[in-house]
Write a new protein. Structure first.
Length: 277
């Protein structure tokens, strides 16, 4: 079986990258083969642009990156957004007000850059038990004295995304209950104890489909891979949704196919078997 595919969007954490956050040699080989066959391959991530591994941004033939859960699709060559759907500052302020009531790590993304308080970054392990994920965040965010002050300084700029990490599921759920009636937002999360907030309607799949319209690629020929809650709508909306074996149950249920785990290089295995000709 060969699935006709012209665009592939791939989540990073828990999907394309192994648990150590590395891009394995076999995966790189298969991505290159797909690109050589004329398929547009792109990261499709909740990360800001500055959080996308340099290795992927410089990978020959990767032209676009879906970032901040689809809030911004960037032309990597020019650095300019192809698709942009941002969170209004006044709505973001309401979210910050709620998250500050909890023991939480709070970060804001402006134009592809993530900002967090210096003290919070120094104590990131309190909120993330996985060292590789903690190291990724601490090494890719801009440290500021106070993230709320940074937010207020940028009051004329809309926000790509807000993320909060909590120390307990109870706090996360309580915060979610407080914000769920705020209009104009999309709530997801890719980690056990986080909340990711975008403008209403934003998701990775919608962003890929919008890019497809610009490039003349129908959604039926768009494939996506994912594992977390922020991948759920992406897998539902594109033509072919593929969940990782390590995906959460709701993502597996939404997918058309299930591949091997990220540590077994499930993305590459699936592409080689069902996409390459």
């Amino acid at each position: 079986m060969n699935i006709k595919t012209r665009m592939i969007g791939v989540d990073l954490d828990g999907t394309l990258l192994k648990s150590n956050k590395e891009l394995a040699p076999y995966t790189k080989e298969i991505l290159k083969k797909a690109i050589d066959q004329g398929i547009l391959v792109m990261p499709s991530t909740g990360r800001p642009l500055t959080g996308v591994p340099k290795e992927l941004l410089e990978f020959p033939g990767i032209k676009y990156a879906v970032t901040a859960n689809g809030a911004r699709v960037i032309d990597i060559t020019t650095g300019k957004p192809m698709v942009e759907e941002l969170l209004a500052h006044d709505i973001a302020e309401k979210l910050m007000d709620v998250f500050e009531h909890y023991d939480s790590f709070r970060e804001i993304y402006f134009e592809g850059v993530g900002y967090a308080s210096r003290e919070a970054l120094e104590n990131i392990s309190k909120y993330l038990e996985v060292p590789a994920m903690a190291n990724y965040i601490s090494s890719t965010r801009i440290a500021v004295d106070d993230v709320r002050e940074k937010f207020e300084e940028e009051k004329d700029r809309p926000v790509d995304k807000i993320q909060a990490l909590f120390t307990s599921v109870e706090d996360r759920d309580a915060a979610r209950a407080e914000i769920q009636d705020i209009s104009g937002i999309e709530i997801t999360g890719a980690l056990p104890m986080n909340l990711e907030i975008n403008a209403a309607g934003v998701n990775k799949g919608k962003a890929m489909i919008e890019l497809g319209k610009v490039l003349g690629i129908p959604k039926e020929e768009i494939m996506a891979f994912g594992d977390g809650d922020n991948d759920l709508k992406m897998l539902k909306e594109v033509g072919v949704g593929v969940a990782m074996e390590n995906a959460i149950p709701s993502v597996k249920e939404a997918a058309d196919y299930i591949t091997l785990t990220n540590d077994e290089e499930g993305v590459a295995r699936f592409i080689e078997k069902y996409v390459l000709v």
